[in-house]
Write a protein that binds this ligand. Structure first.
Ligand SMILES: Cc1ncc(C[n+]2csc(CCOP(=O)(O)OP(=O)(O)O)c2C)c(N)n1
Ligand SMILES: [Mg+2]
Length: 903
C-alpha cells in the first residue's frame, strides 16, 4: 500500500517551497480535521477556503466538479415576479395539448414525441413568461432573442402557440401532415413554417454549435457597427443525450474565450436518451459540469426540487451528498419508478448514517423526493437559474437542469426506457393527467374515445396573462421575420465587367479571379460592409492574405500583441471591427458562422453576404449536414470550394483530391452548384447570385438559395467573354457554346465529321486542347461548350418533366440549347462521371462522358489526368471512338490514336 503522506513528485516541486514548516502546519491541520470530523467535513472546509481565496483575489484554477446539489440554494432564490398559479395553469394546458396532438395523430401513423416536452415544460414556460425577448422588444428591436429549441419538444411549442392564438385546432390536427398545406412540421423547420421557426435543431449537435456561433456573430455585427444587437440573448435548449454529439461541445472553448455572456445553454438532464440512460453507470451532470467548467463556462446546476432541502438539513454527516454523488444515473432513474421500500433499502440502506437519516423521513416525503422533486420542474428554481445566467458577466452560462423524462404523464411513461418513442396516452392516462394537472376538462369531452384539445378561451385569464407577458417581452416567440427586406443595391457593374476582357497572356487561376472579384466588391460603398469573408485557416492557400491588412481579421480583443510580420505589407492584422472570420481549422465552425451570417436578413433584419471559401474536399464531404441545416434555415450566400477537382492538387492525393463535391451539392435543393471554367463566368454567376438572393425577386423565384462555386488553383490565361447571344443566360442556366471549330480558327475541311465537346471547370482546358488535336491530327471538327452547371441543367430538365405531368409542355434548356448541334456529345469534367451524367437522359445526341472516378492519387497533374483518362489525348481517343461507332471515322483511327499518344 502506498503511504498517502509520502511525498509524491508533483508540478509544485518546480516551485521552491519558501517555508516548508508553514506548509507542514497547514497539512497537519487538514489531517486533524479529517481525523476528527471526517473526510466530508474536510472537503467542505477545503472548498470554503478556496472560495475565500477567490474572494481575496488569489487566482487558482477552478475545481471542475461540485457536489451533486443545486448551485443556487433555495434561500438565495429570487421571487418570481409573476403569478405563479397562473403560470402553473398555462403550463398544464400546454402539457395537455402537446400530448393530445401527438396522440390524436397516432391514428395516421405519423409519429411524434411526448416525453421530451413533458420533462422540459417548465424550462420553456419560464423563459417565455420572463426572459425570451420577441422581435419587437425595445432593447433589441427587430432581433429579440434567438431560441434554439430541442426538436423533439416541438409539440409543446405548438401547444403554446395554440393557447396564444397563433395556431388553431386544425393546425394541431395536421401535425406532421404537411402535404395538403396548413400542417405543422415535425420539428423546428423554418423552410416549412417560416413565420414561426427560426433555427432548425433536430439534427442533434448542430443546434448547440450554431447557437455558439450565432452568439458570436451577434457580437460581430455589434462590433462592426452593422447593428447593435448587444441586448439579444441566445438560448439553446439541448438534450443531455445530444451532448454526446461531437459538434455539441466542439466550440465550448470559443464561447468562453470570447466571453459570450450573451449565450445560455439549457441542458435538460432527464438522464435518458432514446434507447435508455445517457450515462447508465456514471453521472452525466457531473461529467458535463467538469467539461463546461474546464472550458471556462459559468455552470448552474438545478438538480433538486424544494422537497430535498429538508433532507440536506438533516444530513449532518454528509452521507447523503456522498451517496447522491456515487449512485449512477440509471439507478436514480430506477428510484423514480420504484416503491418506497426499495428506495429505503437500496439508497438509504447503504450505510448506517443514511439509515438513521431515513428514519426521520416519512414514506410520502421519500417518494416525493425520489419520484417528483427535481429542479427542472420548479418554476422558482428555473427562474433563479435563468436570472443568474443573464446576469452573469464575462462567460457563457450552462444550466444543467435535472428533470424526469415523461414527468406528469403517469407511471406508464415517466422514466421508462422506451418513453422517447411512445406516441400516445390512453384515455385513462389522459384522465389521470387531467386530475393531476387540475384541468377543467370533463369526461364528456372525450367523444368516441378521442382526447379533446383544451383551451380556456381566447379571453380567459390564462390567455390574457400569457399575451400580456409576451407583449411586455416584445411579442410572440419563437417567431421568424418573413417580411421582405428592401433589396440591396447592385454593386457597380465595373467590378464584374473587368473580367469580360480576359487576362491576355497572364495566367490566372479561377480561385484568384474569385478573390479579386470579392476584393472589389467589399470596397463597394453601399454593400461592401455586408460581406462576411469566412475562411478556416487556408487564406494563404487561396491567395487571400492581401485581405488581412485591408479588411482585418475579426477579434473581439483587437490586437493585444505586436504581430511578427508587422513590418510587412500583408501583415496579420486583427481588429475588433475586423471583417474576416479566420476561424482556425474548423470547417464545422466556419459553416456555423456562415449559417448565422446567411440568415441575418431574417434574424436581425440586416442582410449580410457571407462567402465561405474552403478546401473543396473538406466542405460538403465534411459538413453536408450543416449545408442541409443552412437550406432549412433559408440561408443565402456563397460557398466556394477552392482547390477543387480530382487532378488539380499536384501531389496531394487521396484525402485532398475532390472528385465528387458537386455530387453531394446536387443533393441539396437549396444549393445552386456551379463549376465555372473562366473568370468572366465567375463574375456573371456572382452577379446573378447577388441579384437573386439580395435583389428584387422575379415572380415565383425562391430567394432562399445559396451558391456553391468550385474554383481551381491552376493558373491559365483567362479568355475574353464570347460576344455571342445567350452567353450570359447560358452561364447562369448551365451551358453555352464557347466556340466552334471554325471560330477557333481551326480551318476544318468541308464535311469533316463533327463532335460536341462539353467541359466544365478546369476540364475546359483539356477539351480545348483536344479540339485542336482532333482538327489538326484527325480531321475532326469539334465545337466546345462550357457547362457551368450540370446540376442546374438537370434541375431545369426535371422541372420540364414535372411540368409535362401538369400538361405543360416545354423543352428542357439542355435540349433546346443543343438542338441542331451536329454529331455526338462528349462531356468531360474533373469529377466522377456521375457529375456530367446528370444531363445524359435529356441529350438527344449520342452521349458519352469522361471523368475522374475512384480515389485520388499523388502525382503531377499531367500524370494524374492520364491515370484517370481525362487528359486531352484521352478526350481525343474517346471522341474518335464515339465517331467510329457511328461510322464517321475509320475504326482503325481509335487504335492509331491510342498508340500515337501512348495511352
Ligand atoms: C444527429 C442525430 N442523430 C440521432 C437522432 C435521433 N434522436 C432523436 S432524439 C434522440 C434522443 C434524444 O435524447 P436527449 O438528447 O437526451 O433528449 P431528450 O428527449 O431526452 O430530452 C435521438 C437519438 C437525431 N435526431 N439526430
Ligand atoms: Mg435526455
Amino acid at each position: 500500500m502506498t503511504d498517502p503522506h509520502a511525498i509524491q513528485p508533483s508540478a509544485l516541486d518546480q516551485l521552491p517551497d519558501r517555508d516548508p514548516e508553514e506548509t507542514a502546519e497547514w497539512q497537519a491541520s487538514l489531517d486533524a480535521v479529517t481525523k476528527a470530523a471526517g473526510p466530508h467535513r474536510a472537503a467542505y472546509l477545503m472548498r470554503r477556503t478556496l472560495e475565500r481565496a477567490e474572494g481575496n483575489g488569489i487566482t487558482l484554477p477552478k475545481l471542475l466538479e461540485t457536489d451533486y446539489v443545486n448551485t443556487i440554494p433555495t434561500a438565495a432564490e429570487p421571487s418570481v415576479p409573476g403569478d405563479e398559479e397562473m403560470e402553473r395553469k398555462i403550463t398544464a394546458w400546454n402539457r395537455w395539448n402537446a400530448a393530445a396532438m401527438v396522440t390524436r395523430g397516432a391514428k395516421h401513423g405519423v409519429g411524434g414525441h411526448i416525453a421530451t416536452f413533458a420533462s422540459a415544460a417548465w424550462l420553456y414556460e419560464t423563459g417565455f413568461n420572463h426572459f425570451f425577448k420577441g422581435k419587437e422588444s425595445q432593447e433589441s428591436p427587430g432581433s429579440g432573442d434567438q431560441l434554439y429549441i430541442q426538436g423533439h419538444a416541438s409539440p409543446g411549442i405548438y401547444a403554446r402557440a395554440f393557447l396564444d392564438g397563433r395556431l388553431d385546432e386544425s393546425h394541431l390536427d395536421n401535425f406532421r401532415r404537411e402535404s395538403a398545406g396548413g400542417g405543422l412540421p415535425s420539428y423546428p423547420h423554418p423552410r416549412r413554417l417560416p413565420w414561426l421557426w427560426e433555427f432548425p435543431t433536430v439534427s442533434m449537435g448542430l443546434g448547440p454549435l450554431s447557437a455558439i456561433y450565432q452568439a458570436r456573430f451577434n457580437r460581430y455585427l455589434t462590433n462592426r457597427a452593422v447593428k447593435d444587437v448587444s441586448a439579444s440573448h441566445v438560448w439553446a435548449f439541448l438534450g443531455d443525450g445530444e451532448m454526446d454529439e461531437p459538434e455539441s461541445t466542439a466550440a465550448l472553448a470559443l464561447a468562453a474565450r470570447e466571453e459570450l455572456d450573451n449565450l445560455t445553454f439549457v441542458i435538460n438532464c432527464n438522464l435518458q436518451r432514446l434507447d435508455g440512460p445517457v450515462r447508465a453507470n456514471f453521472k452525466i451532470v457531473q461529467e458535463l459540469e467538469a467539461q463546461f467548467r474546464g472550458a471556462g463556462w459559468n455552470v448552474v446546476k438545478t438538480l433538486w426540487g424544494t422537497a430535498w432541502d429538508e433532507l440536506f438539513q438533516l444530513d449532518t454527516t454528509g452521507a447523503l451528498v456522498r451517496r447522491l454523488r456515487e449512485v449512477p444515473d440509471a439507478q436514480v432513474q430506477t428510484y423514480q419508478t420504484r416503491d418506497v421500500a426499495y428506495i429505503r433499502q437500496d439508497f438509504f440502506g447503504s450505510e448506517p448514517a443514511l439509515v438513521e437519516l431515513s428514519k426521520l423521513l416519512s414514506d410520502d416525503k421519500i417518494l416525493e423526493c425520489f419520484h417528483l422533486s427535481r429542479g427542472g420542474h420548479e418554476a422558482r428554481k428555473v427562474y433563479a437559474a435563468y436570472k443568474a445566467a443573464v446576469e452573469h458577466k464575462g462567460a457563457p452560462t450552462v444550466i444543467l437542469a435535472q428533470t424526469v423524462k415523461g414527468h406528469t404523464l403517469g407511471e406508464g411513461f415517466a422514466s421508462k426506457n422506451a418513453n422517447h418513442q411512445m406516441k400516445k396516452l390512453s384515455v385513462d392516462e389522459f384522465k389521470s393527467m387531467r386530475d393531476l394537472l387540475e384541468l377543467p376538462i370533463s369526461d364528456s369531452q372525450f367523444v368516441d374515445g378521442v382526447v379533446p384539445y383544451g383551451h380556456p378561451g381566447a379571453d380567459s385569464p390564462e390567455v390574457r396573462y400569457l399575451q400580456e407577458r409576451r407583449a411586455a417581452l416584445g411579442g410572440p416567440a419563437p417567431a421568424r421575420r418573413t417580411h421582405a427586406l428592401a433589396p440591396l443595391p447592385a454593386p457597380a457593374d465595373k467590378a464584374f465587367a473587368s473580367f469580360d476582357k480576359g487576362s491576355g497572356s497572364q495566367n490566372v487561376a479561377t480561385t484568384m479571379a474569385f478573390v479579386r472579384l470579392v476584393k472589389d466588391l467589399v470596397r463597394d460603398k453601399e454593400t461592401g460592409k455586408r460581406w462576411v469573408p469566412i475562411v478556416p485557416d487556408e487564406a494563404r492557400t487561396f491567395g487571400m492574405e492581401s485581405l488581412f491588412p485591408s479588411l482585418g481579421i475579426y477579434s473581439p480583443k483587437g490586437q493585444t500583441y505586436e504581430p511578427v510580420d508587422r513590418d510587412q505589407l500583408m501583415y496579420y492584422k486583427e481588429a475588433k471591427n475586423g471583417q474576416i472570420l479566420n476561424e482556425g481549422i474548423t470547417e464545422a465552425g466556419s459553416m456555423a458562422d456562415f449559417i448565422a451570417a446567411s440568415t441575418s436578413y431574417a434574424t436581425h433584419g440586416e442582410a449580410m453576404i457571407p462567402f465561405y471559401i474552403f478546401y473543396s474536399m473538406f466542405g460538403w464531404q465534411r459538413t453536408a449536414d450543416q449545408m442541409w441545416q443552412l437550406g432549412d434555415q433559408l440561408g443565402r450566400g456563397f460557398l466556394v470550394g477552392a482547390t477543387a477537382g480530382r487532378t488539380t492538387l499536384t501531389g496531394e492525393g487521396l484525402q485532398h483530391a475532390d472528385g465528387h463535391s458537386p455530387v453531394i451539392a446536387a443533393t441539396n435543393p437549396a444549393a445552386l452548384s456551379y463549376d465555372p471554367a473562366f473568370a468572366y463566368e465567375i463574375a456573371a454567376i456572382v452577379k446573378e447570385g447577388l441579384r437573386r438572393m439580395y435583389g428584387e425577386a422575379a415572380p415565383g423565384e425562391d430567394q432562399n438559395v445559396f451558391y456553391y462555386l468550385t474554383v481551381y488553383n491552376e493558373p491559365k490565361p483567362q479568355p475574353a467573354k464570347p460576344s455571342g447571344e445567350g452567353v450570359d443566360e447560358g452561364i447562369v442556366k448551365g451551358l453555352y457554346r464557347f466556340n466552334t471549330a471554325e471560330s477557333a480558327g481551326l480551318s476544318p475541311v468541308a464535311n469533316a465529321p463533327r463532335i460536341q465537346l462539353l467541359g466544365s471547370g478546369t476540364a475546359i482546358h483539356w477539351v480545348l486542347k483536344a479540339q485542336r488535336l482532333l482538327a489538326e491530327e484527325w480531321g475532326v471538327s469539334a465545337d466546345v461548350w462550357s457547362a457551368t452547371s450540370w446540376t442546374e441543367l438537370r434541375r431545369d430538365a426535371l422541372e420540364a418533366d414535372a411540368a409535362l405531368l401538369r400538361g405543360e409542355e416545354r423543352l428542357p434548356y439542355i435540349r433546346q440549347t443543343l438542338q441542331g448541334a451536329e454529331g455526338p456529345v462528349l462531356a468531360v469534367s474533373d469529377y466522377m462521371r456521375q457529375v456530367p451524367d446528370q444531363i445524359a437522359q435529356w441529350v438527344e445526341q449520342d452521349y458519352s462522358s469522361l471523368g475522374a472516378d475512384g480515389f485520388g492519387l499523388s502525382d503531377t497533374r499531367e500524370a494524374a489526368r492520364r491515370h484517370f483518362g481525362v487528359d486531352a489525348e484521352s478526350v481525343v481517343v474517346a471522341a474518335l471512338a464515339q465517331l467510329a461507332r457511328r461510322g464517321e471515322v475509320k475504326a482503325t483511327a481509335v487504335k492509331e490514336a491510342r498508340e500515337k499518344y501512348g495511352l
